[in-house]
Design a protein around this ligand. Structure first.
Ligand code: C5P
Length: 230
């Protein structure tokens, strides 16, 4: 059992995967279940924080687990909606944790009607344009005393994973990056997770594996330590 060491803090947490529409019935999505982000929100609330939880698409039942005192839930389906919701919430947050899997690309022109085989023929080419990097923007614009935390799901292993994590921490400009190795089996939809944390100096300041709630508490331990060192 952790102490109520987040009492008096306002935190924003995003969870789940965005869906980028192609036409009225189709989207580009990803396998994020939302479990890790919701666990981060629940752990924060249990430790006394006031939590704004912004959900993109999450698996059945995952969002319902977040209806507890101390957590205000809102919804954002696309990367563009998530950008607006997160920027609004971040304006009053002491800590922002971006656990959502945000689509890197979107379809620039969403079709008014269903894309049909008759119209497209044998092959169909989708043009995609980059979405803004919400996390990098939050880190760039953060206020004094505000802590911005990102996640990185990587398919690399070993030294290459650590190197990639350090570069991503630097590119995003975040105070802390939680890194997990993902593959066809591990990470996204599973109940268990393995994470390590990279701080602003590029140092690995913690490793954890266990349930998503246990890894969420280890993340808050690392965030508390980073804030204390400021
Ligand atoms: O670059 P990559 O997608 O691996 O970075 C992952 C981190 O960046 C996550 O914290 C995710 O929430 C955030 N992200 C974002 N906006 C994007 C893409 C990723 O905030 N467009």
């Amino acid at each position: 059992v952790r102490p109520r060491d987040l009492e008096g803090l306002r935190v924003t947490v995003t969870a789940g995967g965005t869906r980028e529409p192609i036409d009225p019935v189709r989207f580009i999505g990803n396998r994020s279940s939302g479990k890790q982000g919701v666990a981060v929100a629940l752990a924060a609330a249990a430790r006394g924080a006031q939590v704004d939880l912004i959900l993109a698409h999450v698996d059945e039942g995952v969002g319902a687990a977040a209806s507890v005192p101390g957590i205000a839930v809102s919804h954002a389906g696309t990367a563009a909606e998530l950008l607006t919701a997160t920027t609004d919430a971040a304006a009053t947050a002491d800590v922002v944790v971006m656990a959502a899997a945000v689509a890197d690309y979107r379809v620039p022109q969403i079709a008014d009607g269903k894309v049909t085989k008759e119209a497209a023929g044998e092959t169909l080419t989708l043009e995609l344009v980059q979405n803004p990097d919400i996390l990098a923007g939050l880190a760039r614009d953060r206020r004094a005393g505000q802590t911005v935390v990102g996640f990185a799901a990587e398919t690399a292993t070993g030294d290459a994973l650590v190197e990639r994590a350090r570069r991503k921490r630097e590119r995003k400009g975040v105070d802390l990056l939680a890194v997990n190795e993902v593959g066809w089996e591990a990470g996204l939809e599973a109940s268990e997770n393995s994470l390590f944390f990279v701080d602003a100096a590029g140092d690995i300041v913690g490793r954890t594996s266990g349930s998503k709630r246990e890894t969420a508490d280890a993340l808050w331990d690392a965030i508390v330590a980073v804030r204390a060192a400021h």
